[in-house]
Every structure is written in structure tokens, then in C-alpha cells.
Design a protein around this ligand. Structure first.
Ligand code: ZN
Length: 424
């Protein structure tokens, strides 16, 4: 079985490369969410012609959804010949902006030196193409397979996934009994099983002051100086405290194996778009946005509580200090068990295909697994796919053809193992 399946995938290498390039040529840049419909139809028409039942789901009313930019998702299902579990491959079709520094045309689908180049090559159109070829090869070599195979192309992962996986999960499309196992072919490297991700907490802190003439600042009260007191406490108290929090989660890269916080932005006083001469005023408002990433050992209450506590102490210590804290969004950390069926199946096939033991990792940032766990209540979910994580969102992003083929083999054989309980 395995030989036949792998030979089928190898014989379709050129098609896998062409499919990756074709997907890259549909420039699904997000934001704003360009040509989502074209990409959904491309995937849907291909799988529809191969006997899959295809459904288009528009994330109506989700952020960014409009008639000009419909949040269009596609889901294709092929029912087997007898009962059994459903294995679902989910990939996001959106890509981030191009940015500077490219030496190849980002949407041409250039193939060179054993690599396919372009925006989305690694994150994650290569992964979608590998999953499609894996599933097609499996159906061709084992038409009597049990259970069901599904492939979805979903939107907006790069901006939170609310019009994509979250929308579909709310409709039961990522829950039992419809789906049992989910593999997300994000670029986590071809020999690694990604079990989940750290948590996220985003908050906006605003400090307040009183406006006055800038030549007599003592008649007003500067919100920016109040904010600098907040930032100073971050430096001297919060950052050392966060640096001390280590985790058992195998986060890669290793630098992220602790709590982190990025100060996303600071705004106060003159608005940024204005390039004339400023008027002389004391700022009465200053805002920072913080992006806090947290660990499975920490709770949401603890993460939020650290910030509130710091601000409350400033309120006691510093005259006229007033603030407002607005929570923007949060996601709990998630980590699938190492002995979950999907983890065991994929790790076993990585070893069989690549001849080396799989690594287990946790992503420093979140991806669509959060919605599958929280809204779909489905925990047999991992990310596994071709492509080098460090290349995601970079100029000259690429995916290696060897990795595309190897990951397609791992995905096909894992799906077989999950559907039948036997090794391919
Ligand atoms: Zn991605």
C-alpha cells in the first residue's frame, strides 16, 4: 500500500509544483482580502471534478466582509465506501502583503533550483497543494477507503480567522461527528509536528492629562509623561518578571519559551499623519497597545491581572494618574496531547518517510487551531506541513519541491492510518 501510494505521489511531482504555482498566481492579499472568490473557486472546481462534494461558505458579516471583498471559503468532502472517521486538511488561502526586497516577481509562481517562489509559497499555498495531491493520490490508490476526506481553503487567517475557520466552526463544520481529525499544513518544517500555540492577550492602555499651552506646560498635565511612567514600570518590573516565566511547552524558536510582550504602538499628542508645524499644546491623551503572549502555565486572569495591578499601583503612587484599559482580544494557549491519534499518526509517518524522529513544537504565535479547539471543541488537531517557518512573510519566500513531496507522502499515509487504524 505504502509503495503504491508513495509512487503515485512521486509520479505527480510536476503537478504538485504546478498546483503550488497556480495558487501563488492568485494574489489573495489580506488585508483587504483580494480575489478570495477566485481562489475558492479554483480549489472547488478542481476537487469537484474529482468527485468531491463542494460547498462555498461566505463569512457573511465578519470583519472586512463586503460585496467587494467577500470572505469566501471552500470545503470539499469525499465520502468513503464504508463508515469510518473523517480526516480534514485545512489551509488558509490568504497571504500577507508583498513588502520590499524581492528579487523574483511575487505572484508569478517562479520555479527555480528545486524551489517554488512567491508570496504564499511557504505560508501556505505549498501546504494546500501538498494536501490536495495527498488526498487525490489516496483516493486513486484506495478508492474503497473508509470514512471521509475533507479539504478546506479558508480566509483571513492572517487577520485572526474570524471570516474563515471561526465562522465555519460556529456552523459545526469543525466538530464531531462531521470531522474527527484535523491537519493544518502550515509551514512548520517538514519534520515537525506542531501541537498548538501560546496564548495571546492584546490590550490598549490610555492615560489622561489636561490640555494647556505648550509654553506653560505646568498649567496642564501631560498624558505622555504619565504614559512614560507606565513604560518605566514595564521596563523595571514587568519585563524582568515575564523573563522569569519559563514554560514546559516546546515553543520554537527557543527564545519564545517564556512569556513575552511587545509594545505594538505608542500614540500621544500630534497625530502622526500631520507633517506641518505642530501647535503648542500639552497632550491630554496617550495610548499604547500591548501584545502579550502567554503560556499554558499562566491563566488569562493572571495575565490581565499583572497589567491592572501595575496600573492601580501607579494610580496610588503618582499624582493625577488616570487610565483606561481596553481589552482588544485574547486567545487561550492550546496544546494537543502528544499521544492524541493525529499526533501519533503524523509523527510515525514523518519517521517512516524522512528516516528521522519527528520534533514536537509549539508555535510562538497563534493560528487557526484556536478556533477549532474553542469553537469546534475538537482537540485532535495539529499543524504539519512543508515550508520553513522562518521564511513566512519574508521577501523571496519559497517552498522546496522535495519538502512538498515528502509532506504529501506524510499527509496521505497519516490520513490512511487515521481512517483505518492501520499503517499504510
Ligand atoms: Zn499561515
Amino acid at each position: 500500500m505504502r509503495d503504491e501510494l508513495f509512487a503515485r505521489i512521486e509520479s505527480r511531482t510536476e503537478e504538485l509544483v504546478e498546483l503550488t504555482a497556480d495558487l501563488i498566481r492568485i494574489p489573495t492579499i489580506n488585508p483587504p482580502g483580494d480575489v478570495y472568490v477566485d481562489c475558492a473557486r479554483f480549489i472547488g472546481e478542481r476537487l469537484g471534478a474529482r468527485g468531491f462534494e463542494v460547498q462555498y461558505v461566505r463569512g457573511e458579516g465578519s470583519p472586512g466582509d463586503s460585496d467587494r471583498y467577500p470572505r469566501m471559503n471552500v470545503i470539499a468532502r469525499r465520502q468513503g465506501s464504508r463508515p469510518g472517521p473523517c480526516v480534514h486538511f485545512n489551509g488558509h488561502t490568504d497571504v500577507v502583503e508583498v513588502g520590499r526586497g524581492w528579487t523574483v516577481a511575487p505572484f508569478a509562481g517562479v520555479v527555480r533550483d528545486g524551489k517554488v517562489y512567491g508570496r504564499g509559497a511557504c505560508d501556505m499555498k505549498g501546504g494546500i497543494a501538498a494536501a490536495i495531491i495527498a488526498v487525490e493520490a489516496l483516493v486513486e490508490t484506495r478508492p474503497d477507503f473508509p470514512g471521509a476526506l475533507e479539504i478546506s481553503g479558508t480566509v483571513d487567517e492572517e487577520t485572526g480567522g474570524y471570516g474563515g475557520v471561526a465562522y465555519m466552526a460556529r456552523q459545526g463544520l469543525f466538530s464531531r461527528p462531521r470531522v474527527d481529525h484535523v491537519i493544518i499544513p502550515e509551514p512548520l518544517n517538514v519534520d515537525r509536528v506542531c501541537l498548538g500555540h501560546r496564548g495571546v492577550w492584546w490590550g490598549q492602555i490610555e492615560t489622561f492629562g489636561r490640555i494647556a499651552h505648550g509654553s506653560m506646560p505646568f498649567l496642564g498635565d501631560s498624558a505622555i509623561r504619565h504614559m512614560s511612567a507606565v513604560l518605566e514600570r514595564f521596563e523595571h518590573e514587568l519585563y524582568p518578571h515575564l523573563d522569569g516565566k519559563r514554560t514546559e511547552m516546546p515553543v520554537a524558536p527557543e527564545g519564545a519559551r517564556r512569556s513575552t510582550m511587545n509594545i505594538n504602538s505608542v500614540h500621544g499628542g500630534l497625530s502622526e499623519g500631520f507633517d506641518g508645524l505642530p501647535s503648542a499644546v500639552v497632550a491630554d491623551s496617550c495610548r499604547v497597545v500591548v501584545d502579550r503572549r502567554y503560556l499554558i502555565e499562566e491563566s488569562y486572569d493572571e495575565v490581565r491581572g499583572e497589567i491592572v495591578d501595575l496600573l492601580e499601583r501607579l494610580k496610588r503612587d503618582r499624582p493625577n494618574f488616570q487610565y483606561n484599559l481596553k481589552e482588544m482580544w485574547s486567545v487561550p494557549p492550546t496544546m494537543t496531547d502528544r499521544d492524541a491519534p493525529v499526533v501519533r499518526a503524523v509523527a510515525g509517518e514523518i519517521e517512516a518517510v524522512l528516516g528521522r524522529a519527528a520534533d514536537y513544537v509549539i508555535s510562538p504565535g497563534t493560528y487557526d487551531q484556536k478556533h477549532i479547539a474553542r469553537l469546534g471543541h475538537l482537540h485532535d488537531c495539529i499543524a504539519y506541513g512543508p515550508g520553513i517557518l522562518d521564511l513566512a512573510h519574508q521577501p523571496d519566500e519559497y517552498v522546496a519541491i522535495d519538502d512538498l513531496v515528502a509532506s504529501a507522502k506524510v499527509m496521505a499515509a497519516s490520513a490512511w492510518a487515521l481512517m483505518t487504524g492501520e499503517v499504510a
